[in-house]
Design a protein around this ligand. Structure first.
Ligand code: MG
Length: 260
């Protein structure tokens, strides 16, 4: 099932997307999923970020082939970091290259959305706490990351967290392929069988650090092949079995002008 969040009649609503039609939900999908009988055409709604997280938790190096590419040893524990919810960006919207940033990178990732409050859950129970899965682009100002020696500023600019286009509930995170395309050319491609830490392990690990709430997002790390984007580029994150998250890049000065 594809769960969308969308703007319809100036309100943000959850819905179930099927055959280009959206059946709006009577309540957010965390406790139960009750679609209304009436559906509306997808063309009449505007998709927005399919979650309202209190936090977005991301994992550093988590693909064996990415570690090999970087000539780095496999981590003993996941290295986690946060992006603020203010960095979220919907499918189809523009990533803004901030003034003063010289190197803007894409990182295609599989992400999951939490369904119910989770604290100290075991890996065996972890799947019960997941609503579903989505695509995420962990946009990074690589020059800032190197300059700062830590990741907060480099990963947290507004628009640096595209997520979507929807949440897929019927998905096996252990058997998928994650792809990044830049202007139509494949730049990253790997299988989730290359994940060092599995989805259940990550949910358990993070829940032992911080309490997770419905709508929180955990992103599972990026495959080899990260690289730079520039204004005018079109970037796509595809997770096979979920869909394709598409965004383009604009420079901050141009974004400001277009908002005047
Ligand atoms: Mg990443």
């Amino acid at each position: 099932m594809r769960l969308v969040r969308c703007k319809y009649n100036s309100a943000i609503r959850w819905g179930v997307l099927k055959d280009s039609r959206v059946a709006l939900l009577k309540e957010p999908p965390f406790e139960r999923i009750i679609p209304s009988k009436k559906s509306i055409s997808l063309s009449r709604v505007k998709l927005t970020v399919p979650a309202e997280p209190t936090k977005i938790v991301l994992v550093g190096l988590n693909y064996r082939d990415h570690a090999a590419e970087l000539n780095m040893p496999l981590p003993i524990d996941p290295v986690i970091f946060l992006k603020p919810p203010t960095a979220l960006l919907a499918h189809g919207q523009k990533i803004v290259l901030p003034g003063g940033v010289d190197r803007l990178d894409y990182e295609a990732e599989l992400a999951l959305v939490i369904r119910k409050e989770a604290k100290n859950v075991s890996a065996e129970d972890a799947l019960k706490y997941i609503l579903g899965y989505t695509c995420l682009n962990d946009v990074t100002a690589r020059d800032v990351q190197k300059k700062d020696g830590q990741w907060t500023r480099a990963k947290s600019f507004d628009t640096f967290c595209p997520v979507g286009p929807w949440v897929e509930t019927d998905f096996d995170p252990g058997k998928s392929t994650v792809i990044c395309r830049l202007n139509g050319a494949v730049r990253q491609r790997s299988q989730t069988t290359n994940l060092i830490f599995s989805v259940p392990y990550l949910v358990s690990f993070v829940s032992r650090v911080m309490r997770l709430f419905p709508g929180d997002i955990i992103s599972t790390g990026t495959p080899p092949g990260v690289g730079a984007m520039k204004p005018g580029d079109h970037v796509e994150v595809e997770v096979c079995g979920i869909g394709v998250l598409k965004n383009s890049v604009v420079s901050e000065n141009k974004a400001k002008r277009s908002h005047r």
